[in-house]
Design a protein around this ligand. Structure first.
Ligand code: HEM
Ligand code: HEM
Length: 201
């Protein structure tokens, strides 16, 4: 397999980045829903109990996604996407491209709003601490000087976007996107899924 995309299909780097980011999303979702559903309500934020472990894992997966998304966007700029798989109407091709743009938006907005809206330093996979946004110089430039607002007001808006998008919109996008890939493979029996998942028979 080539490293770069060709006219016919995705190269190794685009495929690897796609699945690393998809696993990152899975990790972030499993961690945050483990916390919501199975972790005790009463907890101390200064101890590493299961509640804080799952929150730190959520934040660590989210920040890792941000790193890979930056690489992915740079790679997308440097390397042209393959041509559409033949077959399918113009509307279907446009819908698929629209979905890809929406997923890129989700990949940018989710880690950003997650990081900017949290009051905690991120204990990155229990290796080192990443300072929270409101301890950074960028915070004072953006929030205090440019937006001229308080942390409470800023956090409530950013947190609402993060939680609403994470709990509803992004789920919907991923399910529709993965559903379309399975539909192509099972019903259309074309190369759409195999181009991104070459191990699929
Ligand atoms: C692609 C990345 C991310 C996704 C898909 C994601 C998704 C979510 C979801 C689904 C929720 C629960 C919403 C709800 O039902 O209330 C949530 C909550 C939260 N996220 Fe993220 N998130 C991501 C990245 C981040 C990052 C990078 C951070 C911080 C560094 C972060 C911090 C938080 C916090 C503090 C909460 C509230 C915790 C809680 O309610 O238990 N997230 N996120
Ligand atoms: C089980 C889950 C998933 C499956 C089965 C899947 C499958 C696919 C397939 C088959 C393609 C190629 C489509 C084409 O050639 O037109 C693709 C592309 C793409 N997927 Fe996924 N995907 C999954 C999860 C995700 C997630 C979680 C994201 C991001 C949040 C994502 C973002 C994208 C993007 C942006 C593209 C366009 C190609 C690119 O720029 O890298 N996918 N996916």
């Amino acid at each position: 397999m080539k490293l770069q995309n060709t006219k016919e299909g995705y190269g190794f780097i685009a495929i690897a980045l796609h699945w690393i980011v998809a696993l990152g999303f899975l990790g972030a979702y499993v961690a945050v829903y483990y916390r919501h559903w199975f972790s005790e309500g009463e907890f101390s934020m200064t101890e590493l109990n299961s509640n804080m472990v799952s929150l730190y894992l959520h934040m660590s997966f989210g920040i890792s996604i941000a790193v890979f998304v930056v690489l992915r966007i740079l790679w997308k700029i440097a390397n042209k996407a393959p041509e559409d798989v033949p077959g399918g109407s113009r509307l279907e091709h446009s819908a698929a491209h629209g979905m890809h743009w929406a997923l890129y938006l989700a990949m940018i907005v989710m880690p950003l709003t997650g990081y900017m809206g949290t009051k905690l330093d991120t204990n990155f996979f229990f290796l080192f601490d990443i300072p929270k946004f409101n301890d950074t110089a960028l915070y004072s430039i953006i929030v205090e000087q440019w937006l001229a607002t308080t942390w409470e007001q800023f956090e409530s808006v950013v947190d609402a976007i993060h939680k609403f998008s994470g709990a509803y919109l992004v789920w919907l996008l991923i399910v529709m996107h993965a559903g379309a890939a399975v539909f192509h493979h099972v019903v259309r029996k074309d190369a759409v899924l195999k181009r991104m998942a070459p191990w699929v028979k």
